[in-house]
Ligand binder design. Sequence first.
Ligand SMILES: *Cc1c(COP(=O)(O)O)cnc(C)c1O
Length: 383
Amino acid sequence: MDLEDTLLMMPGPVPVAPRVLRAMSKPMINHRGAEFAAMYDDCCEILADVFQSKNDIFIISGSGTAAMEAAIGCTTGKDDVVVTLENGKFGERFKDIAARYGKVNPLENEWGHSFDLDEVEKKLEEGAKTVTLVHNETSVGIQNPAKEIGKLAKKHDALFIMDGVTTLGGDTVNTDEWGVDIAVVGSQKCIAAPPGLSMISVSEKAFDAMVDKERMPYYLDLKAYKKSGDKSQTPYTPAVPLFFGLQEALHIVKEEGMAARIDRHVTCAQAVRAAAAALGLEMFPQLKDGHSHYSNTVSAMKAPQGVSGNDIKKDMLNRGITIAGGQSQLSGKIFRIGSMGNVQPKDIMLTIQELEVVLKKRGVISELGKGVEAASDVLDSLL
Ligand SMILES: *Cc1c(COP(=O)(O)O)cnc(C)c1O
C-alpha cells in the first residue's frame, strides 16, 4: 500500500493539509530576524484563542512530552510533592517525570476508570505543591474532569498542570477559567500540524513556583522561554520548518473557528460511538463519577470476544487505514480510532465501512451496514 494512500485515523500524528506541507518547504530564515518574530507572534495570538488563556504561551521544539517535562521540571524541587492522577499511559508518564524531579504521591486508578473526586481531594489534603491531570487520556479514550480538578487544586492551593495534548485545538478547554497553571499541547494531534513541536501556557503562579527552585532544566527552562518570548523568539534555534507548518495549521484552525472545530470533533467522535454501539462493540472507558466522559477525539473500544485488537489494527492497515491498538498492558485488549485534527465525515464513514468488513470477515458481525447507517445519521448534522 502506498503511504500516500493510507488514511491515518490514529490519535496522532494526524494527516496534515497539503498547504501545511507546502509551507514547510519554504527557504530557511534567520530565527533572530523580523520575519521569524512576526510568525512567532502570529502563532501565539491564535494559540491564545485555542488555550482560552491570557497567560504566556511558548513554543518548544520537542514533542508534547518535552512540554510535560518542562512543566514538572521547572516547578518541582526535590522535596516538593506532586500528586499525579493516573488512569492511563500519559497519567503514568507524568508520574514518571515527577519522580525524576521531586516526590510523587500518585493516585493510580485502573486504566480507563474514571477518578473519584473524593479520592483526589484526599490526596491533596495530604499536602501537595502540584497536581497533574491528563485532560483527555488518549491511551484509553476517556475525558477526565479538568474543571472539577481545577477547583480542588485551587481549594488546596496546589499548582494545576494539565496535559491538554488531545483536547487543545479540538475540544473545549478553558485554561484560565479552570485555573490551569500550566497547560500543554503537541503539534501532531488536534491542531493537525506535523509532529515535533509542543506549546505550553504558563501562569504567574507557575512562574512564582520556579523562584526558589535549586536547579532548573537547561533546554526546557521556562524562564529562558519567557525572556526570549518577550522578544518573540525562542531561547535556542527552533525547528524553523516545523514553525512554518504550525503557522499554516493554525491559520486553518482560525479560518474554521474554534466553535465549529469543536463541534466537528464532538460530532465525529459521537458518530464513531454510535457505529460501535450498532455493531455490538463495547466502549473501553468505565465512567462512574458523572463528571467524566468518552473522549471527543479518540474512541477506545474493547476487542470483541476471541479477536485481538492488534488483529483488527492489522486488518485495517491492510485495507489502507491506520488505527491504533492498545498501549502497554492494554495491547491486544482494545483498539482505538482517532478522530482529531482536520478529520471529515467521509473519513469516519470510510473507516466504519472498512471496520465492518474486517469484523464480518472475522465472524464478529453477520451483515454489513448497521455501523455505516448509525454513523451517517450522526454526521448528517455537519453536512
Ligand atoms: C500524544 C500525547 C502526548 C505526547 O506524546 P509525544 O510522544 O511526546 O508526542 C502526551 N499526552 C497525551 C495525552 C498524548 O496523547
